[in-house]
Design a protein around this ligand. Sequence first.
Ligand code: GDP
Ligand code: MG
Length: 179
Amino acid sequence: MQSKEHLYKLLVIGDLGVGKTSIIKRYVHQNFSPHYRATIGVDFALKVLSWDAETVVRLQLWDIAGQERFGNMTRVYYREAVGAFIVFDVTRPATFEAVTKWKEDLDSKLVLPNGKPVPTVLLANKCDQGIDVLMNNGIKMDQFCKENGFVGWFETSAKENININEASRCLVKHIIASE
Ligand code: GDP
Ligand code: MG
């Protein structure tokens, strides 16, 4: 019997149009729509994971509500989150440049009760597009993650369902380890 239960609030942040809503939809509802629809209002989605024989993990994923166009979020939105995904679009270099800005905004407004930053995983989304700004610019992602405090990174595609489950397991593993 699964007797342990965790409820984790996770943030999904990054520039407009990088695929945040699509990633959540793919992860939680197993679907994808090519039609662009900006998120209006704060949106939540719940994903329940059977973590191991004893443990159920409930992930409350917080999508952002169009405020991403301002490049930062309010403390209320970040409050009590225990993990985050920062997403960029591999076809748009400017969205990668914004990643460090998002990380700084997050770390300046939210720390864990033990004073540490919340575990954050970097998602290089739209990897199905065959355009990779990272490779073209010779950016070493492992090193970038180390220098900027990400616990890991994944090339993802909400469209083709690539690496989203893996990225989530990586984040949850770090959250559990930091408790
Ligand atoms: P958000 O503003 O960050 O929430 O981005 P959306 O989830 O609304 O996605 C913006 C656009 O990118 C939409 O037209 C999506 O269909 C498209 N998109 C999102 N993820 C992917 C992906 O992995 N691959 C491709 N090719 N398109 C994607
Ligand atoms: Mg959205």
